[in-house]
Design a protein around this ligand. Structure first.
Ligand SMILES: [Zn+2]
Length: 314
């Protein structure tokens, strides 16, 4: 008897590991997370290995056959299956695929988290059918997937799409990365909170609360205006470089809805003199996009890419 093939997919992030069992029709049959925000380095690797073991056990108990694991992480060099650098995980040059394949006795597919989410949005989500688009993740940090002619640009050393560390304010504030004036130092949820607190704001307020109070509270208004201005500069440059058919916005800040899309769309439009702006649209897959993208990599790794072609997620 042959049981139904599934992929064990894990989206590795700095605060949690999000795991899923995904079948060949693209259904998330089971989801499970492990919180790792208090951990670093090897301790996160141990949690990842344990999560994969639990997912495998769960699939066996359902009579399913795990055929591959698929892991996506920041800083991933997908060619070698190594995480080159992920500061919030404390991982540097970690050979994930090489260490996990013998443990699992399964093929392990690997992908960069944002690029994988971007490709998924192009295949199954808001950018379906677009060959040239960008997906910008506005969360604690900022990153982008730049998709040109259907391929996510990874660059010579896997560092393509580090949109958040593009300087937008000459000699601006110091970014945690060491450069000055980065987009992420003004426009990310992390920066909004940090800058608001540094200016004397209520330390208990979240980025979403600061954005929501922008019209009624002068300090919130100033911090948000500066964030929008920085995002506008960044998106103008992105538009000029890539000429995207559309820009998909994901990540936690995207949940601000019209409060984000209206002013940022205006900032993009006013920064462009001789061409129309590309539409800004919200991600339709949300946080699950990364898991669908990871699972697609897993099925492709075991020669089941045809099944992925038939997925209808939304
Ligand atoms: Zn930076």
């Amino acid at each position: 008897m042959t049981s139904d093939p599934v992929v064990l997919a894990v989206d590795i992030g700095g605060t949690s590991l999000k795991g899923a069992i995904v079948d060949a029709s693209g259904r998330l049959l089971h989801q499970e997370a492990a919180h790792v925000g208090h951990l670093q380095g090897e301790a996160i690797f141990d949690q990842l290995r344990d999560l994969l073991d639990r997912l495998r056990k769960e699939s066996e108990s359902r009579g399913l056959s795990a055929r591959a694991a698929a892991l996506i992480a920041p800083g991933m060099d997908e060619v070698n299956g190594r995480v080159m650098f992920a500061s919030n995980l404390g991982w540097r040059d970690l050979p994930l695929r090489h260490r996990l394949e013998p443990h699992l006795a399964l093929p392990v597919a690997t992908g960069h988290d944002v690029r994988t989410a971007g490709i998924a949005e192009g295949r199954f989500g808001a950018a379906r059918g677009a060959r040239d688009f960008a997906m910008v993740m506005l969360g604690t940090g900022i990153a982008a997937a730049l998709v040109a002619n259907g391929q996510a640009i990874s660059g010579a050393r896997g560092m393509g799409g580090e949109f958040g560390h593009m300087p937008v304010i000459p000699n601006g504030e110091l970014c945690p990365c060491g450069q000055r004036g980065c987009l992420e130092a003004y426009g990310s949820a992390g920066a909004i909170v940090r800058r608001y607190r540094a200016a004397g704001g209520d330390p208990a307020r979240t980025a979403a609360e600061i954005v929501a109070a922008a019209e009624t509270d002068a300090l919130c208004g100033r911090i948000w205006r500066e964030a929008v201005e920085a995002l506008g500069h960044g998106l103008v440059t992105l538009t000029m470089l890539l000429d995207p058919a559309l820009i998909v916005i994901g990540g936690g800040l995207a949940e601000a809805g019209a409060r984000l899309f209206d002013p940022v769309g205006d900032a993009l439009r006013s920064g462009l003199a001789w061409r129309d702006p590309p539409p800004l649209v919200a991600s339709t897959l949300g946080a699950a996009g990364a898991l669908y993208g990871a699972a697609a990599l897993g099925f492709e790794r075991i020669g089941m890419g045809d099944a992925v072609q038939r997925w209808r997620i939304m």
